[in-house]
Design a protein around this ligand. Structure first.
Ligand code: MCA
Ligand code: AMP
Length: 485
């Protein structure tokens, strides 16, 4: 039983009430104002079973999530761009008793049917005494698997606290730090690291609403000390640097530039280093595990590595049969398995999937393949499942998209793969056997279909028409045989 946000306690806000906490564009809240707003909102949701949060990239989302955590009520962040099918699944699976949303925002039918509380960022109420247990659920974050709909990873308060404190240790992250970021707030990266992180430290965050290189440059040149982003954002920075001297100056002056959610290509690392004299550091995590490894602020930011295990995280590489690989030789490839207080407790309503995710001795099977260098640095070299695609830092399951595509009458058969993309890391490719070969469905039709049902980031970016899908004797689609030309 310990407070997740010591800086919001009445004692702390007495002395530090005027310290900046959150800024979204023109709107900002000090610690005193945030304590009052979250306290007021917490008061209205106390006793709720679970609350959904309509997670727009806005102040209301931060206030809503902090309020839920203060009230000891698990929060389920929803992607406000999710389509009907995805929203329907998440809501029927997580059964929130109400939804917290910004005033004036229209909700689609499924969340619209729930009791709604408009988040008032000017509300006032006392910060409740933090009584929840460390093992109590704090967040349920939905994450895609290879097949089927997304699973809700239940993250206990302990995982949030330990991962953020481990990052503070690794990054020398303090209350003097001012973070700038433009990440979505319905995933761990933007929400846990990018909002709850600064608040746990007593520092501040400026959220850009949506990421732009100009926004990042402006804030870093105006006092921000850290930048968090996915590789696509750093790729866009690398592309923009030659024409934007303000951006080079901004990055050169930052205390820490951190990339995560997917691998940052060495080429982008090198271009940024050459133009700014600064190296981006990478950390490696997952929705289910929060953060596992990082290059430390005082460590060597070697391109292509994600650094060393964070304090409290046990990490091992194992062979196919589960035998641990002891060698730190930079060559022996194994699956990363992790154990520690940073882990989730379960997939909601999915005891089968939860059981399959852990080894007998309590290690979580990440599905990521890696080697370890002689000094212990972890180098991720691939993924076990070809049916998981990382696009723009979002994890997307091929099966989920295939199912959505098959619901379109113009599609007879569908297979989805990821292929390399310089901007997104991987782009989603739909291989389609059209119902009517004489008039195959256009890419735009399929993209709209998937965006409207699931989410825009899950839409195919490329479509390839085929007469038949390559299948093995068992009838299983051979994805590796699906290559362009
Ligand atoms: C385009 N759009 C559409 C359609 N086509 N909307 C509906 N239907 C369509 N057919 C809209 C999109 O919604 C978007 O709107 C705009 O057009 C541009 O789309 P897109 O090209 O996809 O966006 P982008 O600007 O290229 O996005 C790149 C991005 C984004 C900003 C880097 O991919 C992103 O925010 N990635 C972050 C992912 C992330 O946080 N992952 C963390 C999970 P609009 O512009 O209005 O949105 S991993 C994690 O949490 C673990 C723990 C970890 O390790 O971090
Ligand atoms: P998600 O399920 O969306 O939380 O994504 C987690 C996955 O993102 C991990 O299993 C990795 O495959 C990938 N990932 C996260 N950070 C990194 C990184 N720094 N380098 C390579 N892959 C990463």
């Amino acid at each position: 039983m310990s407070s997740l946000f010591p800086a919001l306690s009445p004692a702390a806000t007495g002395a530090g009430a005027d310290r900046p906490a959150l800024r979204f564009g023109e709107r900002s809240l000090t610690y005193g104002q945030l304590a009052a707003a979250a306290g007021g909102t917490a008061d209205r949701i106390r006793g709720a079973g679970r609350v959904a949060v309509w997670a727009t990239p806005a102040m209301e989302t931060a206030v809503a999530v902090v309020a839920a955590l203060l009230a000891g009520v698990p929060a389920v962040p929803l992607n406000p761009k999710s389509g009907d099918k995805e929203l329907g699944h998440i809501l029927s699976d997580s059964e929130p008793s109400l939804v917290l949303a910004p005033p004036g925002v229209e909700l689609p039918p499924a969340p619209g049917a729930l009791e709604r509380i408009d988040v008032d960022v000017h509300a006032t109420g006392p910060v409740p005494e933090d009584r929840a247990d460390d093992g109590a659920p704090a967040l349920v974050v939905y994450t895609s698997g290879t097949t089927g709909p997304p699973k809700g990873a239940v993250l206990p308060r302990r995982a949030l606290a330990t991962t953020l404190d481990a990052l503070a240790d690794a990054w020398r992250w303090t209350d003097d730090d001012v973070l700038v970021q433009g990440l979505p707030l319905f995933h761990v990266h933007g929400l846990v690291l990018g909002i709850l992180g600064p608040l746990r430290r007593g520092g501040s965050v400026r959220h850009l609403g949506r990421f732009t290189t100009e926004g990042a440059a402006r804030e870093l040149n105006d006092g921000a000390t850290m930048l968090f982003g996915v590789p696509t954002m750093y790729h866009r920075i690398a592309e923009a640097l030659p024409a934007e001297p303000e951006l080079a100056k901004a990055l050169a002056g930052a205390r820490l530039l951190v990339s995560g959610s997917a691998a940052l290509p060495v080429h982008d690392h090198e271009r940024i280093a050459a133009a700014t004299g600064r190296r981006v550091i990478e950390r490696y995590g997952m929705t289910e595990t929060l953060m596992n490894t990082s290059v430390r602020a005082d460590g060597e930011p070697r391109a292509g590595t994600v650094g060393v295990p964070l304090p409290g995280v046990e990490l091992r590489l194992v062979e196919e049969d589960g035998t641990p690989i002891a060698a730190l030789d930079g060559e022996s490839v194994g699956e990363i398995q992790v154990r520690g207080p940073n882990l989730f407790t379960e997939y909601l309503n999915r005891p089968d999937a939860t059981a399959a995710a852990f080894t007998e001795d309590g290690f979580f099977r990440t599905g990521d393949m890696a080697v370890r260098d002689p000094d212990g640095y972890v180098r991720i070299v691939g993924r076990k499942a070809t049916d998981l695609i990382k696009s723009g830092g979002y994890k997307i399951g091929a099966g989920e998209i295939e199912n959505a595509l098959l619901e379109n009458p113009e599609v007879r058969e569908a297979a989805v793969t990821g292929e390399p993309d310089p901007d997104l890391g991987e782009r989603i490719v739909a291989w389609i056997v059209p119902a009517d070969p004489a008039s195959p469905p256009a890419l735009e039709t399929l993209a709209d279909h998937v965006a409207g049902r699931l989410a825009p980031h899950k839409r195919p970016r490329v479509v390839r028409y085929v007469d038949a899908l390559p299948r093995n004797d068992m009838g299983k689609i051979m994805k590796r045989a699906l290559t362009d030309g």
